[in-house]
Design a protein around this ligand. Structure first.
Ligand SMILES: C[S@@+](CC[C@H](N)C(=O)[O-])C[C@H]1O[C@@H](n2cnc3c(N)ncnc32)[C@H](O)[C@@H]1O
Length: 206
């Protein structure tokens, strides 16, 4: 586990520049997001949805589209990423953006029907057990967790390069998700013919 304040400062610095090129570049390696979100289950009317690490807000836009009557909250620790998100989706009662580091800080909010983590768990740096326990507490008893993220790579040098970019690609997250949540649907997918794998996980609070 890393020193969280230091990690958070590093990420905020990293995204000061990367927020400016994020949307133009990430389509080429953050695969599967739109398809995954479009496959999520129907929710009760006026659901409460949380995206942790919402970045520049692409998924928030999609969630708004797929769940038009939802109340959606996007949190991110990077002010620069949130600024981009706010230009896309605004900041209203129905779509609320909040800046803080999920895991160690956070409001005492009402539970959510769906929590989405898209390419953020592998960057979060904290003890993943702690994060997943928080998600568990933040979900309604029948709530869903939907995660899409990097899984692993056969290339050590690439894992190191990703680590240098604050991403941990060690294949440990999927088994932990299965420990905390009841699995509904899982997929493991190859990117660039197996250069790395990414996974999707849909689970229920167990
Ligand atoms: C790779 S981006 C993914 C953004 C978006 N979910 C997407 O799919 O495009 C990871 C985001 O997670 C945020 N993040 C990392 N750790 C976080 C934490 N503990 N709390 C809130 N946001 C965090 C980063 O600032 C960054 O914007």
């Amino acid at each position: 586990m890393q020193d969280q304040t230091a990690h958070s400062i590093k990420l905020q610095r990293y995204y000061k520049y990367h927020s400016t090129i994020y949307d133009a570049t990430r389509w080429s390696f953050l695969f599967g997001r739109q398809q995954f979100l479009s496959s999520l289950p129907e929710l009760m009317s006026q659901p409460r949805i949380l995206e942790i690490g919402c970045g520049t807000g692409n998924n928030l836009q999609l969630l708004e589209y797929f769940y038009p009557d939802a109340s959606i909250t996007g949190v991110d620790l990077s002010e620069d990423m949130l600024e981009k998100a706010s230009r896309k989706v605004g900041n209203s009662k129905e779509l609320n953006l909040m800046q803080f580091r999920y895991g160690s800080e956070g409001p005492d909010w009402d539970p959510f029907d769906l929590v989405v983590l898209s390419y953020s768990l592998t960057m979060i740096g904290e003890n993943i057990d702690t994060i997943l326990q928080h998600v568990h507490e933040d979900l309604n008893p029948n709530g869903y967790i939907a995660v899409i993220d990097f899984h692993d790579t056969p290339f050590k040098w690439f894992r190191r390069w990703m680590w240098h970019n604050h991403v941990s690609m060690d294949g440990t997250i999927l088994p932990m998700l299965k420990k905390y949540f009841t699995e509904e649907k899982v997929s493991l997918n190859k990117a660039y013919f197996g250069f790395w794998k990414y996974f999707t996980f849909l689970g229920k609070r167990s």
